[in-house]
Design a binder for this molecule. Structure first.
Ligand SMILES: C[S@@+](CC[C@H](N)C(=O)[O-])C[C@H]1O[C@@H](n2cnc3c(N)ncnc32)[C@H](O)[C@@H]1O
Length: 232
């Protein structure tokens, strides 16, 4: 009897495991497809090779600070990102140090927010912002759930944040492939809020203007610049 029960119990466990594996495989596949479409479109649009309508509709969706763009972004960030990227390592190569006051531009689902708070430690703090209220609500829940006390998230637009002049040691701009507003305005605003001699770290192909930011170092996809804080 005990043997039959054991076999029966094992077969239920096996079925449950199979179901979980299938669910994980489907989830993974969907994440790969969305990530592929998202990054493929981004590369094609950078090279100017994308067909008008497809590119336009993708860009319009990603730029809209609404629920759909948030779901698409967070789906990738909460699955593939966690498997492929180490946020603490990336943030250290972006120049984050204990004790700094740091600004996170366009935090999205907050893959980097809590790790950034951990890297700067209790003597530092992080202010994350995003123009999308769904992202901000999600990141607020993440911060509350993590127990870190030195992170805050607000709704703001990078083209005009209303933050005080020269108030951050470092700002980082990751994954801003589809910014809302012109990058020129965003660079101008970051030049205003970063302290003189402070750091701007960017990911990927973004290049801040040389007259405001002096190139310091590149490490993989992350490049660091020093804010010259010229009047703008
Ligand atoms: C692809 S996500 C990147 C999230 C995060 N930085 C990361 O790398 O994991 C880009 C985010 O930038 C936000 N964003 C775009 N334009 C913005 C702007 N002008 N001001 C603030 N946030 C902006 C979007 O709402 C989106 O959540």
């Amino acid at each position: 009897m005990a043997v039959i029960n054991k076999g029966f119990y094992e077969s239920i466990l096996f079925q449950r495991e199979q179901k979980q594996n299938r669910f994980f495989a489907l989830y993974f596949l969907a994440a790969v497809i969305i990530y592929g479409t998202y990054s493929g479109q981004r590369n094609l649009s950078r090279q100017g090779r994308c067909m008008g309508n497809r590119k336009d509709s993708m860009e319009r969706t990603m730029r809209k600070p609404g629920k759909i763009s948030f779901i698409m972004i967070s789906f990738v960030h909460e699955t593939l990102y966690g498997l492929l990227r180490n946020p603490h390592k990336i943030l250290r190569s972006a120049g984050l140090l204990p004790g700094q006051r740091v600004l996170e531009v366009g935090c999205g689902p907050g893959f980097f927010t809590v790790p950034a708070a951990e890297v700067v430690g209790p003597g530092g703090n992080i202010l994350a912002f995003d123009v999308n209220p769904f992202a901000v609500e999600h990141v607020q829940n993440k911060i509350d759930g993590s127990g870190v006390k030195n992170a805050k998230v607000i709704i703001a637009d990078a083209t005009g944040t209303n933050l005080p002049d020269h108030s951050f040691d470092l700002a980082f701009v990751f994954g801003l492939a589809y910014p809302l507003g012109k990058m020129d305005k965003i660079w101008r605003e970051l030049n205003r809020v970063i302290k003189p001699g402070g750091t701007l770290s960017v990911e990927g192909g973004l290049r801040p203007p040389k007259e405001w930011f002096g190139f310091e170092e590149s490490n993989g996809r992350i490049s660091r610049y020093i804010s010259r804080n010229r009047d703008v």
